[in-house]
Design a protein around this ligand. Structure first.
Ligand code: DOR
Ligand code: ZN
Length: 350
């Protein structure tokens, strides 16, 4: 049957290879939204204070597990926040005993709670060498932070100025370029086969920079890296639906209360955990590539991380538009759910 005629699709349960769960009341409210559809997620460490050591990650994982709805099969895969003082022995021990799955590199100042990130990449060289030795992946927020680099160019400049030198010095290091937003990043991953992959978010497959700025400013579409021109969005869709094993889903679902989004200086982040699978089914169906959805959400990520795909399945069925909530209530205030701007016909049966 042609892909666009498919009205039901069963896939292995998906994983989210880039997710912000926060802590406290926010964690309690958003975790069920992810656990409903996803079996595993790479959990970002940019709390205040950040999750830096193996001990920090164990404590945070315990808080996540305590916040899980009863019976949820969800498994958090923890990351360590790389600082210039990170101890390579602590990282290696956390990887060896299963505490941490990856290390996260934030260039200092790149995004939410990234002040403790890396300024001088030479200072983390011993950690990167050690990770390459033990096969531990590095998840990278790929944007330079210099004030003289235009915000729309920061990813492309990062590839030239930071990523290429790191990969040249440490070719054995496994790197995930996270939440890529440009044709440049797609091309770089496609042209470099060894130890390199990229995650793509749901919202970057759907919005371009016009959605943020035309006809009024839309704070709920503002995230980092910021969405780029339409030609970049198209490149991301092509990469996602291609089935190429080096591209997989990382939603970067990043909850902020509406009060913190709608501000003179609003926070960066799009919260898409609730409706991501329905959004993706629309994107893949529109491209006539529904049959590639499973590779993107459920197979390519585990392959890169050296983990088995989930054995349980999920069925997506096309019908009348799904009535997803517009907001999730939290004790800190409402969090707005990503609005793709079109009806979501794909229902998810976990
Ligand atoms: O939009 C974003 N929000 N990008 C990031 O890199 C961080 C995230 C957050 O933590 O809110
Ligand atoms: Zn993120």
């Amino acid at each position: 049957m042609a892909a666009h005629k498919i009205s039901e699709l069963t896939i292995r349960r998906p994983d989210d290879w880039h997710l912000h769960l926060r802590d406290g009341a926010m964690l309690q409210a958003v975790l069920p939204e992810t656990a409903r559809h996803f079996d595993r997620a790479i959990v970002m460490p940019n709390l205040v204070p950040p999750v830096i050591t193996g001990a920090d990650a164990r404590a945070y994982r315990a808080r996540i597990e305590a916040a899980l709805p009863k019976g949820a099969a969800f498994k958090p895969l923890m990351t360590l926040y790389l600082t210039e003082d990170t101890d390579p022995d602590d990282v290696a021990a956390a990887f060896a005993d299963g505490t941490a799955t990856a290390v996260k590199l934030y260039p200092a100042g790149a995004t939410t709670n990234s002040a403790s990130g890396v300024q001088d990449f030479e200072k983390v060289r011993t950690v990167l060498d050690r990770m390459a030795e033990i096969g531990m992946p590095l998840c990278v927020h790929g944007e330079v932070t210099h004030s003289d680099v235009d915000i729309f160019d920061r990813e492309a400049v990062f590839i030239e100025k930071v990523l290429k030198p790191i990969r040249k010095k440490t070719p054995d290091l496994k790197i995930v370029m996270e939440h890529i937003t440009t044709q440049d990043a797609v091309d770089y991953v496609r042209d470099n086969h060894r130890n390199l992959a990229a995650t793509i978010t749901t919202h970057h497959l759907i919005i371009n920079r016009n959605h943020i700025l035309v006809g009024g400013i839309r704070p709920h579409y503002y995230c980092l890296p910021v969405a780029k021109r339409e030609r970049h969005r198209i490149a991301l869709v092509e990469a996602a639906v291609s089935g190429d094993k080096r591209f997989f889903l990382g939603t970067d679902s990043a909850p902020h209360t509406d009060a913190n989004k709608i501000q003179t200086c609003g926070c960066a982040g799009v919260f898409s955990a609730t409706n991501t699978m329905s959004c993706l089914a629309e994107v893949f169906a529109t491209a006539g590539k529904l049959k590639k959805l499973e590779a993107f959400t459920s197979l390519n990520g585990p392959l890169f991380y050296g983990l088995p795909p989930n054995s349980a399945t999920m069925t997506l069925r096309r019908g009348a538009p799904v009535d997803y909530p517009k907001q999730i209530e939290t004790e800190d205030g409402p969090v707005t759910v990503f609005n793709p701007g079109f009806p979501l016909h794909w229902h998810v049966d976990p």
